[in-house]
Design a protein around this ligand. Sequence first.
Ligand code: FE2
Ligand code: FE2
Ligand code: FE2
Ligand code: FE2
Length: 439
Amino acid sequence: MSFNPLEEKGLPIEKQVRNWHQIVGRPYNKTDVDCYTRTRQILMNGIEVEAWGFKHQLNRFVPDNNDKELIARISRIEDSQQATANWMGPADQSVLETTLGYEQVAVDLTAWMAQNEPDDYVKETFDFGLLEDFDHLYRYSQFAYMVEGIEPDAIVQGQTDVIIGRPTQHHHNCNGLRIRKPYDKMTAHPQTKVNILTLLSGEQQTHNYYAEHGFMYGDHVLRETYAEIKDVEEEHVTMYESLIDPTETMWEKFLLHEFTEVCNYYTCMEDETDNRIKKTWELFLDIELGHLKVAADLFKKYEKRDPEEVIGNEIVIPCRFMSQKDYVQKVLEKEADKRLESEGKYTTIEKLREDWASYKVQEKQNEISSPSENSVRLAEIYHNRDIVSADKELKDKEVEILTKGLQKRGLANNTVLPDELEKMIKTDEKMKEKKEKLI
Ligand SMILES: [Fe+2]
Ligand SMILES: [Fe+2]
Ligand SMILES: [Fe+2]
Ligand SMILES: [Fe+2]
C-alpha cells in the first residue's frame, strides 16, 4: 500500500460545509441492503460521534482563539458527517434490528482486528471482548424473534453465527479487572493505535445506542436486558481505552483521531458495494484528509515533532467487513471459560481464587435474576428452544460451550443450566419430527 495521507491536501475546511439536502440523504432499504453496508454505516456513525466528542474536550484546553475557531469548525463538520452516516439507517428498521446490526459490527470487526493486530497482548484483549459481544448477539436474537418475529439472518444474512458465547451474566466485572496494560506510544505500530481507537469508538456508540433506545420496548425483560448489556458495553469502553498509552498528549490524540477517520473511510470507500453510499465515503475521505492536515499542522506547532512519529507514512486498514465464522468458532471453543485477572492478566474459571474481585459484582448485579438468562427461558416458551443460526456442527457443540463458559460461583438463580438447554434442544427435535409426520 503506498497511500501516504500526510502528503494529501484533502478538501479545505472552508469547502466542507454542505446543505441540508446533502447532509440528510436517502436512507438505504433494510430489506435489500448488504449486511456489511449496514455494519460500515453503524461503525462510521460511532467513529464520527467519538471524533466530535473528542474535539469538544480538546477545545476546552485550547487558549489560542484562532486555533479554537478552527477546531470548532471541524467539530461542526464531524457533527454533520455523523448525521449523514447515522441517518442512512431507515425509519422502518426497528431498534432490535439495528441492535443486531450493532452486535454484528462488534463480532466481525473485533475478529478481523484480532487477526491483523501486531501486538499479541492487544490481540488477546480483542479475542476476550469478541466472545462477549458474540453472546450479546445471541441474547438479542431471542427477543428479535419473540417481540418482532425477526429471524437473526434477516439482519446478519448468514455471515455471522448466532449461538451462545461466554454467558452475558459473567461479563460483569470489578472495574479494576477491566483495566488492561497500555501500549507504549513510542514503539506501538500505527495499526495498533488505529485498531483500538476504531473499536473503542464502536463500543462507545453501542453503549450510547442501548442507553438511548433500551427503554423503547414495553417488554420488561427486554428493557432489563438492554440495561444489562449496556453495562457490559460500558465495561468494554473502559477495557479498550485502558490499552491506550496514558501519556499521549491531546495534540497527539487529535492527530490519531483524524488518521483513524482517514483509514476507516479509505477502507469503506474500497469495500463499499452500494455505489450511492460509496460516493459519500469518497467525499468523507477527502474531508478527513483536510482535517488530518490541520491536526498535523497543530501537532507540529505545539509539539515541535514530526507527525510521522505517531502515525507513520502510510494508511492502515482497520477492518475489512466479511464473514469471520471460522475464526470466531475457534476462539469460542477455546476461550469461553476465560476470565479477567488483576494487573491486566487473564485466567480461566478453574483457576479463580475464592476472593476473585468480580464475584461480588456478579452476585450483587444478578441477585434477583439475570435478564439475559431469561431471554432463553422465554424463547423456550415461544419456540421450544433458543433461537440459533449456525451450521449443524457448531449447533451440536452448544451444550458443551455452555458447560465450559458457566462459573460455579456468581451464578444467577435463573441460569439456564446445560442439562436444561439439552432438554430444550431434544424437545424441539421431537416436536419437529411430530410436525413432519402430521404433514
Ligand atoms: Fe469525521
Ligand atoms: Fe455487545
Ligand atoms: Fe461490546
Ligand atoms: Fe475528522
